[in-house]
Design a binder for this molecule. Structure first.
Ligand code: UD1
Length: 430
């Protein structure tokens, strides 16, 4: 694994960023759509694909299954499923990317068998896979676990439609069982599903290629199992990354004299725009852009956050928003309800000068504002890596962020894009 560093000169509230920054296609949309190729008898094109590290992991997994991901031009790929034959998810890629688990459903549904390791990924909590294992059992599969690998076999070689209630509306479990249901025998009903925009986009894509999924956007989905999907000449256009949009918006609210975030979909981000506006942030929200500046920075009001499934406050924007709150007037409570390890980074913000008190694994309070000071930082996950970039830019003096691999997993060529709006950020290759 590469161990690059970022060296960032803090703006210290003196110099500001300005210009335009483009939002890339959503990582969390492109991963399940590429995994859905396992359900297809032909191949398909994918547009607006972000160039991120996770794409390399995806390529490794697809290759292992005999599927080719061919780059046509920047941001455009063709997924060729002609040689599909594998039933095992690449171990190394899986250890580095939790979303590899999305492949379990389509592989098991297509081939009736599957081998995969316990997936790894961001260090944000236990991240169990019980919902996946329980669901496969309900669909008539038998599971064996030995030497750190799961071997799963469908009874009589084919999954059976089932009634599955998710105790937690998990994003990847919802996506996995939608895809499993498509090739299962009979009807699958999924209850208490997640309704993130990336899931809606996946369902629309699958339905456009012959899937029969009803209840789109509601907590109950019904899937009529059938035959392999066919794309014909259809191309999947990746939706804009709402998490990247939110990250840039928070950055702009703190550090920009004038920033335009474009190629985005603000409708997927209302919780963030509403909260920031109430706090005093000056912004203009268009159909596919947001203009933001930090002219009211000295008067931002503190507010509380409780992370929640969509359309509530996204856990992925909790750490960038916590950095925002270190600069707001008053006390904020941050209640992380989804992952239990996702507040540990706050001890680094404290070392930078933030006034943050941790009450338990799920709650911290932040008192602001406090001037942050640059230091050496090591982000534990994709979004906190970017939160540290924001904190480093807000701070006085220089910061060094050491494990840039995590940031690269979700934010393509970020140093180039941030340099383009005036940030002093350099990559040191290691
Ligand atoms: C997805 C997103 C990630 C985001 C997260 C929550 C992708 C590729 N990743 O991750 O960016 O942070 O949603 O919005 O889309 N859980 C169980 N058992 C399981 C599965 C999950 O208990 O079998 C729990 C998790 O520990 C967590 C909660 O369910 O507490 C929600 O996690 P989940 O929605 O599954 O997250 P991911 O799909 O991994």
């Amino acid at each position: 694994m590469k161990k690059d560093k970022f060296i960032i000169q803090g703006l210290g509230n003196n110099n500001f960023l300005s210009g335009k920054i483009r939002v890339n296609g959503a990582k969390n949309a492109v991963l399940p759509v590429m995994a859905s190729s396992v359900l297809f008898k032909d191949g398909f094109g994918v547009k607006n694909v972000p160039f991120i590290e996770d794409l390399n992991r995806l390529d490794e997994i697809l290759k292992g299954l005999g599927i080719e991901m061919k780059k046509e031009k920047e941001g455009e790929y063709f997924i060729n499923t002609k040689g599909i034959n594998g039933v095992e998810i690449d171990e190394e890629a899986s250890k580095r990317m939790r979303a590899s688990v999305i492949f379990t459903g389509p592989i098991l549904a297509r081939f009736g068998e599957l081998v995969f390791p316990h997936p790894g990924g961001c260090v944000i909590g236990a991240r169990p896979i019980d919902l996946f294992l329980d669901g496969f059992e309900k669909m008539g599969a038998k599971i064996e676990h030995s030497d750190g690998k799961y071997s799963i076999k469908a009874k009589d070689g084919r999954l059976k439609g089932a009634n599955i209630f998710f105790k937690i509306p998990s994003v990847t479990a919802t996506e996995t069982f939608i895809m499993a249901g498509i090739l299962a025998e009979g009807k699958t009903t999924l209850k208490n599903v997640a309704i993130e925009p990336e899931i809606i986009s996946l369902i629309e894509w699958l339905n456009s290629c012959g899937a029969k999924i009803k209840g789109v956007g509601t907590p109950v989905l019904e899937i009529e199992g059938g035959v392999l999907l066919e794309a014909g000449d259809k191309i999947y256009e990746t939706i804009a990354d709402r998490l990247e949009t939110g990250s840039f918006l928070i950055l702009g609210a703190l550090c920009a004299s004038d920033l335009e975030i474009y190629n985005c979909n603000p409708a997927h981000l209302e919780i963030i725009t509403e909260m920031l506006k109430d706090s005093g942030v000056d912004m203009q929200v268009g159909k596919d852009f947001i203009k933001v500046n930090n002219k009211n920075l000295k008067n931002y009001k503190a507010f509380n956050i409780k992370t929640h499934e969509y359309p509530g406050f996204p856990t992925d924007l909790q750490s960038p928003m916590t950095v925002f709150l270190t600069q707001a007037q008053g006390e904020s409570l941050i209640f992380e309800t989804i992952f239990e390890g996702r507040l540990n980074y706050t001890s680094d913000l404290v070392k930078m000068g933030a006034d943050i008190k941790m009450w338990d694994a799920h709650r911290v309070t932040v008192k602001g504002p406090n001037q942050l000071k640059g230091r050496e930082l090591e982000g534990p996950d994709i979004r906190t890596g970017f939160a540290f970039v924001i904190a480093s830019l807000v701070a006085e003096k220089e910061s060094v962020i050491t494990n840039v691999y995590y940031i690269d997993r979700g934010y393509g060529s970020i140093e180039k894009r941030l340099s383009g709006i005036g940030a002093d950020i350099k990559r040191v290759e290691n």
